[in-house]
Design a protein around this ligand. Structure first.
Ligand SMILES: C[C@H](NC(=O)[C@@H](N)CCCCN)C(=O)O
Length: 429
């Protein structure tokens, strides 16, 4: 029950975050927002998250996970309301900032709960379930133009729906509190160690391999999340597909991740070669953004997601997005657990906190840069070529990722390796 309720709280959290992307075109036409302003709505979340992550797990440790999760879910609900109640850009921006304050610590608190309940038992499986249910929130937001198409006459109605989903998140958080309270004393729970706290003093001791993984993490998420920010609008404007079809296409990323991430996890656990998998994933990703930009769209094919919708989409887009979804499953499935293999247990919290902090910095900068580039190049249905510079930025970032993953692979094959290129691995102390 704890896993279910915490995952439902995460479902709401991911839904609210991603609910903005299907209304980008409406915000541009009805509120006259520029792409740069849309970029700011993404960046504001990361700036807030950076500030909260710097405070570390202090609040969670002090309040306990029960109170912390309810409070963070309530902050997400207030953020959802603030994002929708006014047409003023500053108010919507404040809503996205508040969301960053609530959402990222909620993710940290949820991770702490899982560690508390499942450490020494089925922790990886519990993480997998939790991440899949969270990504279902992302997919549902992408599907909302299909199952709630009637709301898409205005930019605000879909965001009121997101506010309703945030209420589900708060309810789930309260139910988790009740469930854990009732279970206290009946189960022996682990006390999570310094999980997710940032211990700055110990950072200089991390190996080169760790920093290559962090660098890959930065460029990977600085590519994939900003691409998702603009993807639905980009498919509509540059490829002329409907919002419904664009939503289905965009949802291929989280849908692939829901299905493939656990499968890749099992595969990699079996065969090892983690650094090679990361390099191969990055290599597959390299041509994809240029492919959507320059390849012919190809014939229309029917994309059907059972119970959600069925829309005609260009074949080239479908193939590219499916490949991107595969990479979105492979790299996180290999990258995050790899850290646990090369950093010893006592410093794992700091290692993950540092990685998440760096992730936010890259993820903060790129949407803004893409927004500015789209505006400067007058990107739109009359000038689809205006989106190309942004696509080159993504490609440049992936090329950097390829360099980092190659360096990681090279290091791991040498005398300073930790066995990430080997077949079998043992977890650090
Ligand atoms: C596991 C990883 N999670 C994150 O990167 C979080 N810090 C932010 C997720 C925000 C999604 N709305 C992932 O999702 O791959």
């Amino acid at each position: 029950m704890v896993l279910l309720f915490v995952s439902l709280a995460m479902f709401g959290n991911y839904y609210v975050y991603d609910s903005l992307w299907p209304v980008v075109d409406l915000m541009r036409t009805q509120l006259d927002f520029s792409y740069q302003q849309i970029g700011w709505l993404s960046t504001a979340y990361n700036i807030a998250a950076l500030m909260v992550l710097l405070a570390g797990g202090y609040i969670i440790d002090r309040w306990g996970t029960q109170r912390a999760i309810v409070v963070f879910a309530l902050i997400c609900l207030m953020a959802a309301v603030l994002t929708v109640i006014s047409s003023r850009f500053e108010v919507i921006l404040a809503g996205r900032f508040l969301l960053g304050i609530g959402a990222e610590p909620l993710i940290v608190a949820a991770t702490t709960v899982l560690a508390k309940w499942f450490k020494g038992r089925e922790l990886s499986f519990a993480f997998g379930i939790n991440l899949s249910i969270s990504r279902l929130g992302t997919a549902s937001a992408d599907w909302s133009p299909n199952f709630a198409g009637g709301l898409y006459a205005t930019w605000h109605d879909p965001l009121w729906l997101a506010t309703g989903v945030a209420c589900v998140s708060v309810t789930a958080a309260i139910l988790y509190w009740v469930a854990e309270k009732r279970a206290t004393g009946r189960f022996q729970l682990a006390t999570p160690s310094a999980t997710e706290k940032l211990d700055v003093k110990s950072l200089y001791k991390f190996s080169a391999s760790y920093w290559y993984i962090v660098a890959l993490c930065v460029v990977f998420y600085a590519t994939i999340f900003p691409f998702r920010t603009f993807a639905i609008d980009y498919f509509q404007q540059a490829h002329g597909v409907t919002r419904e079809a664009a939503g289905l296409l965009s949802s291929m990323l989280p849908v692939a991740a829901i299905i493939l991430t656990p499968l890749f996890g099992i595969w990699v656990d079996k065969v090892g070669r983690r650094s090679l998998f990361m390099a191969v994933g990055t290599l597959i990703m390299l041509p994809l953004f240029l492919a959507v930009t320059y390849l012919p769209a190809g014939p229309l094919v029917q994309l059907t997601i059972p119970f959600i919708g069925s829309e005609p989409v260009p074949l080239t887009l479908l193939i590219v997005i499916f490949m991107l979804g595969t990479v979105f499953s492979l790299i996180p499935a290999v990258m995050w657990p790899s850290v646990a293999y090369i950093v010893d247990g006592a410093r794992l919290g700091s290692a993950y906190a540092m990685m998440t902090l760096c992730q936010q910095i890259g993820w903060a900068v790129v949407p803004l840069a893409i927004g500015i580039l789209n505006d400067r190049n007058a990107a739109g249905p009359l000038n689809p070529g205006g989106y190309a510079p942004g696509m080159w930025v993504y490609t440049g970032l992936v090329a950097l990722g390829l360099y980092f993953s190659f360096k990681l692979w090279q290091t791991e094959r040498g005398p300073n390796g930790h066995g990430l290129d080997g077949k079998t691995m043992h977890l650090g102390s």
